[in-house]
Design a protein around this ligand. Structure first.
Ligand code: FAD
Length: 339
């Protein structure tokens, strides 16, 4: 039997990893995608992510589980890809909230985050209700994606550039019985899926050169998110953000947003300005959000074929995607289909 994974974003790669962990032979898996690591497109979100492990996610039980599974398992991927220089490393993080995030979320984070501690009230900036410190995972997203693909290819997984107009085209040979649909924002238009619950949450970021900043700092407000994320093994890149603009498809970047990001991030972490601010570039991406949350669902097709949908990771594909891939593969194992 052969398997196709549609999508070479972080969700497709994590799903492929989970398939391998479940015992599927690499030479039975083909990753099919319009865009592959190394490409840049507004239709390909993963290269644009910050990216780190943060407290951006909600506190429903599944989301908490996806985050925790990912946090606890990333070291395996890091090791397989050759260590931290693959673009995945640990860095300290401080997260601050204007409104307390709730006991459920905090208890979950406390149970597994390394070096977790609550920030003393006396140290909170004005307007902040709560804060934590912990050790996070930081990704150099484009570089990590490329290294992930390189590793998967080295063990025998095939990658095929192909644009699908219908999900049925993912059954590449008569032996292909299982398709994982990890098409991100593409799930809205891909024939046979056409999920109108999928919508973009646009985010603009400013990339600066800042070798002196080696920590994450995030502040969550009711109507804003400000974040500072160093990229490991990136020639000292620091990502400054951001915006969470629902249903905004704009691929362009805007000067006012750049100025606003720089104002907010340098107020949050003034030592950014200890060295001259050198902007390398300004970019934006569309987070693949979904009304109703992520879709991880097995659908039986005719002739014993199945498609397992795994998309809608919004602003947390890197930090929750291993867990999402785990669940998607678990659904396959649990399925009663005669495959
Ligand atoms: C500014 C910004 C900051 C972010 N920061 C973080 C962060 O710090 N931490 C974090 O965890 N997440 C972060 N995210 C979110 C993260 O980037 C996304 O959750 C993640 O990239 C989604 O991955 P994906 O694989 O679902 O989608 P994508 O990366 O978009 O991949 C989709 C794949 O499907 C393929 N595809 C789609 N349609 C078709 C078709 N018809 N035929 C063939 N192929 C198709 C595409 O070509 C592509 O290969 C951020 C996002 C943005 C924009």
């Amino acid at each position: 039997m052969e398997y196709t994974v549609v999508g070479a974003g972080i969700i497709g790669l994590y799903t492929t990893w989970n398939l391998l962990e479940s015992g599927v032979s690499p030479d039975k898996i083909t990753v099919v995608a319009e865009f592959l690591p190394g490409d840049q497109s507004i239709k390909y979100t993963s290269p644009w992510a910050g990216g780190n492990f943060s407290c951006i996610t909600s506190d429903d039980p599944n989301t908490l589980m996806y985050d925790e599974l990912t946090y606890r398992n990333l070291h395996k991927i890091q090791r397989a890809l050759g260590g931290a220089s693959c673009g995945l490393d640990n860095k300290p993080s401080t997260e601050l909230w204007d409104t307390y995030p709730g006991d459920t979320k905090v208890a979950s984070l406390k149970s597994y985050l390394k070096d977790f501690q609550v920030v003393d009230k006396s140290e909170l900036p004005e307007g902040c209700a709560f804060g934590i410190k912990f050790t996070s995972w930081n990704f150099n997203c484009p570089f990590f994606l490329a290294n992930f693909q390189k590793y998967l290819e080295s063990i025998g997984v095939k990658f095929l550039r192909k644009t699908l107009t219908h999900i049925s085209q993912a059954y590449l040979t008569a032996k292909t019985k299982v398709v994982f649909n990890c098409s991100g924002i593409g799930a809205r238009t891909l024939g046979g899926v056409e999920d109108t619950n999928v919508y973009p949450t646009r985010g603009q970021v400013v990339v600066v050169k800042a070798p002196h900043i080696q920590e994450n700092k995030m502040r969550w407000g009711d109507d804003y998110a400000t974040y500072i994320i160093p990229r490991p093994y990136s020639n000292d890149e620091l990502i400054l953000g951001g915006f969470l603009q629902k249903d905004d498809w704009t691929p362009d970047t805007f000067k006012e947003q750049t100025e606003d990001i720089i104002k907010r991030t340098t107020e949050l972490l003034p030592k950014i300005l200890d060295q001259p601010l050198v902007i390398s570039r300004v970019a934006c991406g569309l987070r693949p959000s979904r009304h109703g949350g992520v879709r991880i669902e097995l659908q039986n097709i005719e002739d014993g074929k199945v498609v397992i949908h795994n998309y809608g990771a919004s602003g947390y594909g890197y930090q929750a995607g291993y867990g999402m891939g785990f669940r998607a593969v678990q659904l396959l194992r649990e399925s009663k289909s005669k495959l």
